[in-house]
Design a protein around this ligand. Sequence first.
Ligand code: PMP
Length: 365
Amino acid sequence: MNQLERLNQLPLRDDLRGQHPYGAPQLDVPILLNVNENTHGVPADAREAILKAVAEQLEGLNRYPDREFTELRTALAAYLGHGLTLDNLWAANGSNEVLQQLLQAFGGPGRTAMGFPPTYSMYPLLASGTGTAYAAGRRKDDFSLTAEDAAAQVRAAAPNIVFLCSPNNPTGTALGLDVVEAVYEAGEASQAIIIVDEAYAEFAHDGTPSALSLLPGRPRLVVSRTMSKAFALAGARLGYLAAAPEVTDALRLVRLPYHLSAITQATAVAALRNSDSLLANVEDIKVQRDRIVAGLAALGLDPAPSDSNFVFFGGLENPHAIWQGLLDAGVLVRDVGIPGHLRVTAGTEAETTVFLDSLASLLKG
Ligand code: PMP
């Protein structure tokens, strides 16, 4: 009996039967450029500060942590600026959990969430896990999405939740704020919660505005962020959002008690106090990202404009063969299942060189 057959013998929910878990391959490869982590590591001074902050928590670890993570919310509000205060902030174990809590509060049976694929592959999975229907919107052939088109689709589908991912994963490109504004207005009729997933915001080109600037006067707008990418803390699991205080009150109804451990809170607060050091590598990552875009174009491939720490590129006759060839050369990239395309995370300068050189020889061969 295989694993699927064994699973199907359990009294599993009907809507979960036959589904596959989220999972990028987890392989032991020297150069990991497949899940858009920060490849530049945690700087030594930030590590020291985190270690000290965590050590200070140990004596009180017999007690539950601050259920309201007040210090963390205050620090996150200060980091984001835009006049936000702790009442606008919420956090959970990764932005995946933040998004799940939003679906628990505003989705659920009889309700619909809408996304615009290709986009972050967890949106439909989070919808299905919370019994929420998922409506897939459409993009143009070049994966772009205009304000007019997105708004018309939202009006037609009348969803309860809309996911706008900006910069978008896997394409890497940021949306204009006109799209967010138009979708917000189009969602008025169905009172849709509009979630702008800005997991990669810190890597955007200078002058790319954040949807945080649209929050005043828009109680159905939510901007989600994470410390997994620019802050190099994917292993710490800290995602957060900014929204009207009533949105965070709604999330208090669905979160588990004490969902953020004292260790997580201390780690994140210490990281925010050392944000200058942690974010210092963002500029180099952007340099490597732009180098990849230029390098791929020079190889005759078709990279999408990227505001993130990864590049999505087309023009490959056999992406799977290239994926395998790169793996054989010790470089793991991501096949997101879009014909002719692969996605690669910006590495360190040395990693990026190995990627570009290996790809060049594979294409020649
Ligand atoms: N949103 C997007 C667009 C992502 O790409 C990711 C992770 N790859 C997440 C959210 C979730 O990240 P985390 O849970 O680590 O915050």
